[in-house]
Design a protein around this ligand. Sequence first.
Ligand code: ZN
Ligand code: ZN
Length: 255
Amino acid sequence: MQVTILGSGTATPSFERNSSGLFIQTAKTKALLDMGPGTLRRMCEAHIDYKEIDVITLTHFHPDHVTDFISFLFASNYAYGPMRTAPFHVIGPTGLEQLYLSLVEIFGNWIVPSGNRMLMHEMSATAPDSYEINGLQVSTRPAAHSFPSLSYRIDAEETALTISGDTDVSENLIELARNSDTLVCECSMPDNMKINGHMTPSEAGSVATAAMVKRLILTHFYPPCDDVDVVSAAQNKFHGTVLKAEDLMTVDLNV
Ligand SMILES: [Zn+2]
Ligand SMILES: [Zn+2]
């Protein structure tokens, strides 16, 4: 399993750090986790063809995590060149279908994929849930963020990847991430600028230790995180590998 960071940033517009997006590739499947504005552009830079995406997972419905889903739907019908005909799957918390119907009310049939190609599946926003798709065992738990919000765990090819999504510290995240090979964890603000509903590098390190993961990838940085050493702050609490996500960085999780 490989992951490519498409966006290590937040709602703050940034040349270096796009809004949230993660590309996950296995031998069988190409998946996206979150699609903030600019995700499709970053995919072009990473040579990832949007027509080859099999699964889209959404953590929550804040605009910095979902707005390129609209552009993806429009491109699925009207981009230049041959269209994708194979189905694709969209997974998100309870409310996903309502979000989609609301978008169709605004944008009309232009964003309705032709030929019933889109298959949606809602995960519980209030309890642990799981779903298997294209060889990915997807598990979710509610995140400590706006409602509804999820953290995701993906088990495939004997590798376990947990992605926090936006969340504060929570037992749910620790339980979900337990013994994962890699935890991609949000780190919105430095230790001395903690905001509720988000985490700091020390908190991410503490969660990684409590969950006994092997590798921690910090992401979702507001600009103050680039003024301090977030990796060292996390390493004070966690003795495994710590990486600071950068846009277009690819990590082979089996190594
Ligand atoms: Zn966010
Ligand atoms: Zn959010």
